[in-house]
Design a binder for this molecule. Structure first.
Ligand code: ARG
Length: 392
């Protein structure tokens, strides 16, 4: 029998896939779960299920790689798509790369995923698989055009254990938690409190504010209150503290790749804290021209990631540009967290472009009179235009 490697989360879709791949596609199934920072039970559950179903299973720890090679570049780019600090989208290419490696090792001819034909993840997985291997892709749920109810029926029929208490479709990794489906499909329905795990509500957040100093080196966070931390560690710490203070809930209407609008909820406390402070430091250290251009880079970078184009050369080109521009984004940002509010209190950097002396009202060295000529001719084209209008 030919081997297929299946990206396995232990959820309904992928559990159904195991059985379908065996029975309908006549394959020997190998399952794999790539750890990008999901909760412990999302690692142990697929292990247990695979054992019960008698298939060979791998768990691959990719947390550190995810933090260093995916999240940190996204921080340098301030990668946010339509208000969504990219998390699921950012992890997909890494997960797929790990699966491709495993498929090669196992001599598998196919790779399989449980994505439906309506979402974004099918694009993200398959673009990576196709640019990294010659394996063919099997997407059973999409192939068979299955609905969720049909999947549940199939699972019951074949004795596949259903994930219990899961109301929503949830995807979690180190950088964020996304919540969709069920009652949230009605955009007017307020997201119930029980949908959230990482963030407290404003009401439940502590009465007392907390002040923090986040240090950055060359565009990435390296310490909190002077205490140095490894990438995974600092991201986790930022999620904890910002989540406690009710920061990082996002509720948006999102435009999917195929054009469908969908209602998405995210919990991204660490991402909001880190990107907000990163931007504050950029304002101090980058020139006006750099800041203006980095807005365009940010938008393009976020779209490439959202659209599953991690392997597009432009993404690599932009990374090089960002590495160069971020060399001076080193320093400290002081912030206050309080009941859903995140306020920048201060910033400092050895590369600061702020000239406190020159901007001061008390300074005489920068001779004001020298600027008069510059001001006089400043809006020359606007003045000409107004003249032309008067003539008409
Ligand atoms: N809409 C988001 C994205 O495309 C999140 C999708 C996550 N999947 C989920 N099952 N909740 O990146």
């Amino acid at each position: 029998m030919e081997k297929v490697v299946l990206a396995f989360s232990g959820g309904l879709d992928t559990s159904v896939c195991v059985k379908l791949l065996q029975d309908k596609y006549q394959k020997e199934v190998i399952t794999v779960c790539v750890d990008v920072g999901q909760p412990e039970d999302e690692i142990s559950r697929p292990e247990r299920l695979a054992r019960d179903m008698g298939v060979k299973h791998y768990t691959i720890d990719a947390k550190d790689e995810f933090a260093r090679n995916f999240i940190f570049p996204a921080v340098k780019a301030n990668a946010i798509y339509e208000g969504y600090p990219l998390s699921t989208a950012l992890a997909r290419p890494l997960i797929a790369m790990k699966i491709v490696e495993l498929a090669k090792k196992e001599g598998a001819v196919s790779i399989s995923h449980g994505c439906t034909g309506k979402g974004n993840d099918q694009f993200r997985f398959e673009s990576t698989i196709r640019s990294g291997s010659s394996c063919d892709v099997i997407a059973p749920i999409r192939d068979l055009n299955l609905t969720r109810t049909e999947e549940v029926d199939y699972a019951k029929e074949h004795g596949i254990p259903l994930p219990s208490d899961k109301l929503y479709s949830i995807d979690e990794n180190l950088w964020g938690r996304s919540i969709e489906g069920d009652i949230l499909e009605d955009p007017m329905v307020e997201t119930p409190e029980e949908a959230f795990r990482w963030t407290r509500s404003t009401e439940d957040a502590p009465e007392d504010a907390q002040i923090l100093e986040i240090s950055f080196a060359e565009g990435v966070p390296v310490a909190i209150d002077g205490q140095k931390m490894a990438p995974v560690e600092i991201i986790e710490a930022c999620n904890q503290v910002a989540g406690l203070h009710a920061i990082g809930r996002v509720d948006i209407m999102e435009d999917r790749i195929i054009g469908l609008k969908s209602r998405e909820n995210y919990e991204t406390p660490g991402a909001v804290l880190i990107i907000t402070t990163h931007k504050a430091l950029e304002q101090l250290t980058l020139t006006r021209e750099e800041l203006k251009f980095s807005e365009i880079v940010s938008q393009t970078y976020a779209e490439l990631i959202y659209n599953g184009l991690w392997h597009e050369p432009l993404r690599e080109d932009l990374d090089q540009f960002l590495d160069s521009m971020q060399r001076r984004v080193t320093g400290v940002v002081k912030v206050k967290l309080h009941k859903g509010n995140l306020r920048v209190l201060g910033r400092k950097s050895p590369y600061s472009l702020y000239n406190e002396k020159a901007v001061s009202f008390e300074d005489k060295d920068m001779d004001q009179r020298e600027i008069a000529g510059m001001v006089k001719n400043y809006a020359l084209q606007a003045a000409c235009y107004q003249e032309v209008c008067k003539r008409e």
